[in-house]
Design a protein around this ligand. Structure first.
Ligand code: UDX
Length: 442
């Protein structure tokens, strides 16, 4: 018999978690305030593109284990294990995270609880949030200490969300060490099948658990900015950053993953998480500890300007009147997510320099058009490249990696390609008579 679980928030994190908990055999109710999202989910369709998620949704809806509602009262009545998976965006005009959505889940849910319950937070929050919410839940619920708040950070990557949720590298749980309750036991029940596979389960205090998530994202961001800084040096020295990454990556202490130089990181997590981390460290009086993340952020943002400048160089010094094809809009492949997407940022900068820009992406066109309605959009690669003076590859979709120069030869006006993700075979493009430029490449 599975547990009865409610998941609050049905974005990337919440929808995936809800579907995967049902897949593990639990009875799950997904809760959101957005009725249009709920309607889509109830029809077995994720409100965003994530490989494999629709299938898991549909199978578990059909099996009767997965339902959706906008009613907190219904969720409180149904479940005794609650997961918070709402967004914690960057506050407007500040580095800090906005935790209002997380707060409001607890504020709304706690008074409605009628049975001893565990609330597991999964959202990425500033350290100290879980303890604060724990006190708030106890105060707002008539059950007092029988309502616990524990933190169980999520490490899923978009594009691999289902796999990362069902087969994570590790499960981290932060509990109230002063008054330990049922949280660990509840987590062991929920994740029983995963733990049976031998996945490491780390139980710690809530503060450490919150920090594990921000530290992991800060490390990943630093790794990417490190290799992008090396790309800058390689460009200045006439060296090749891809070969450098291969060579240092063989050192097991360094590792080759997340050492791909290019236009840098974007998305709904890394950029805002490192900023929120700096802001929180400042509040705690440890601001010096994370000043290096400012540099990580600037190296990253510099990639975008650099890519615009490289395009301008290739155009002969001016982008006025140039036709630029941009292949890729999503912040990474296998996603339709364009939050803080380097690709779209660059497309916008190039357009502001006077070029006419046409963007194509296999999944992210609809979202892009809403956010950047003034850019041109195409239905496929050839339409985007029609008459192009320069072609840019800014998201490493498989479709772009596999492009053959001959496919575009007669379409473009000039055979010039810039590989913002170092994902193309430069010998092939050069061999076919194209001018090829990569990032930090000879
Ligand atoms: C990230 C973390 O990986 C994940 O653990 C956390 O839960 C949420 O944030 P995600 O935002 O899905 O996941 O994307 P990720 O795969 O980490 O890529 C982030 C950005 O870094 C992308 O824009 C990607 O293109 C870029 N990147 C990644 C590089 O530029 N170079 C690399 O080597 C790797």
């Amino acid at each position: 018999m599975g547990s009865r679980i409610a998941v609050f928030g049905t974005g990337y994190l919440g929808a995936t978690h809800a579907a995967c908990m049902a897949e593990l055999g639990h009875e799950v109710i997904g809760v959101d305030v957005d009725e249009s999202k709920l309607a889509k989910l109830a029809a077995g369709e994720a409100p965003f593109f994530e490989p494999g998620l629709d299938e898991v949704l549909q199978a578990n809806i059909d099996a009767g284990r997965l339902n959706f509602t906008s009613s907190y009262a219904e969720a409180a009545e149904f479940a005794d294990i609650h997961f918070i998976g709402v967004a914690t965006p960057q506050r407007r005009g500040e580095f800090a995270a906005d935790v209002n959505f997380v707060d409001s889940v607890v504020a709304t849910l706690a008074p409605l609880l009628t049975r001893p319950s565990v609330i597991f937070g999964k959202s990425t929050v500033p350290v100290g949030t879980a303890a604060r919410l724990g006190a708030m839940a106890r105060e707002l619920s008539s059950l007092g200490d029988a309502v616990e708040v524990a933190w169980n950070p999520e490490f899923l990557r978009e594009g691999f969300a289902v796999k990362d949720t069902l087969h994570p590298d590790r499960i981290v749980l932060g509990v109230d060490v002063m008054t330990p309750g049922r949280a660990e036991e509840a987590a062991r029940e929920v994740y029983a099948d995963i733990l049976a596979e031998g996945v490491p389960f780390l139980v710690t205090d809530r503060e450490t658990a919150e920090l594990v998530k921000t530290a992991a994202n800060a490390f990943l961001a630093t790794k990417i900015s490190f290799i992008n800084a090396m790309a800058e040096v390689c460009e200045a020295a006439g060296a090749d950053v891809s070969e450098l990454a291969d060579a240092i990556g063989y050192d097991a202490r360094i590792g080759r993953r997340f050492l791909n130089a290019g236009i840098g990181f974007g998305g709904g997590c890394l950029p805002k998480d490192i900023r929120a981390f700096m802001a929180r460290a400042g509040e705690l009086g440890a601001n010096q500890a994370l000043t290096f993340l400012r540099e990580v952020d600037s190296i990253n943002m510099r990639r975008r300007t650099r890519m615009m400048e490289m395009t301008r160089e290739v155009a002969g010094g001016s982008l006025i009147g140039a036709r630029v094809a941009v292949l890729g809009a999503a912040f990474k492949p296998d996603s339709d997510d364009i939050r803080d997407s380097p690709a779209l940022n660059i497309a916008g900068q190039i357009q502001l320099q006077g070029a006419s820009v046409t963007v194509y992406d296999p999944k992210a066109i609809e979202n892009s058009r809403t956010l950047f309605p003034t850019l041109g959009y195409a239905a496929d690669v050839r339409e985007a490249c029609d008459g192009a003076d320069i072609t840019l590859v800014l998201t490493e979709w498989e479709e772009f990696r596999r492009l053959e120069p001959a496919y575009l030869d007669s379409i473009v006006r000039q055979r010039r390609i810039i590989d913002g993700r170092n994902c193309l075979d430069q010998a092939k493009w050069r061999g076919a008579g194209w001018e090829y430029r990569g990032v930090g490449r000879r």
